[in-house]
Design a protein around this ligand. Structure first.
Ligand SMILES: [Zn+2]
Length: 164
C-alpha cells in the first residue's frame, strides 16, 4: 500500500486507544509527539527501503520481521532516555512497524524471514484500489482530527486577537 495508509493506520489505532483511555487529554503536546512517533514507525519499512517495485520490497530486510525487535529496543531506549515519554510506546512503536508489514502482506505479500522462507500474502487488496484506500484514510483522519485542528486554529486566532 501507499505511504499514507501506512502512516494513518497506526496513528488512528493510537488515537482510538488514547481517546478510550483518556490518557493524553491533559497533555496535547505529548499527544502530538506520540502520534508523530507512531506514524514514523508505521512508515519506517518504506523509509529504510525506498522502493517502487514489489520484488524490491520482497528482497529487503526492512519488510521482514527482523527489525521488529530492533524497533522494540529503540522504544525501550526512547522511554529510558526521555523519561516523560509514556511506556505505551513500547507497544505502539513495534505495533506500527508490524501494521506496515501486515498491510503490505495483504497487498502483494512480504518475505517475513528474508532472505529465507516463503513469501507470505498476496494481492488480496489489488494495487488499483490503493488510491481509494488512501482517500478513505484521509476522510477518517479528517473526521477524527478535524474538530481538534479547528479548535486549535480558533484558539490561536483568539490568542492573537489579544496581542497588542
Ligand atoms: Zn512497505
Amino acid at each position: 500500500m501507499y505511504m499514507f495508509a501506512h502512516l494513518s493506520f497506526p496513528v488512528i489505532s493510537y488515537e482510538i486507544y488514547a481517546r478510550n483511555t483518556r490518557r493524553d487529554a491533559q497533555r496535547p503536546g505529548m499527544h502530538v509527539l506520540i502520534l508523530a512517533l507512531v506514524g514514523l514507525a508505521g512508515l519506517l519499512p518504506d523509509i529504510l527501503n525506498v522502493h517502487v517495485y514489489l520484488h524490491e520490497r520482497m528482497n529487503s530486510y526492512s519488510h521482514s520481521l527482523w527489525p521488529v525487535p530492533v524497533v522494540f529496543l529503540a522504544a525501550i531506549m526512547l522511554v529510558l532516555v526521555f523519561k516523560k515519554l509514556p511506556r505505551v510506546l513500547l507497544f505502539f512503536l513495534p505495533y506500527a512497524y508490524l501494521s506496515h508489514l501486515f498491510l503490505d502482506c495483504i497487498s502483494g505479500g512480504i518475505k517475513p524471514f528474508y532472505p529465507l522462507g516463503p513469501i507470505i500474502g498476496d494481492y488480496y487488496i489489488p494495487s488499483s484500489s490503493w488510491r481509494s484506500i488512501d482517500c478513505v484514510f484521509i476522510v477518517v483522519l479528517f473526521i477524527i482530527f478535524g474538530p481538534y485542528v479547528y479548535r486549535l486554529v480558533t484558539t490561536i486566532g483568539k490568542t492573537s486577537e489579544n496581542l497588542p
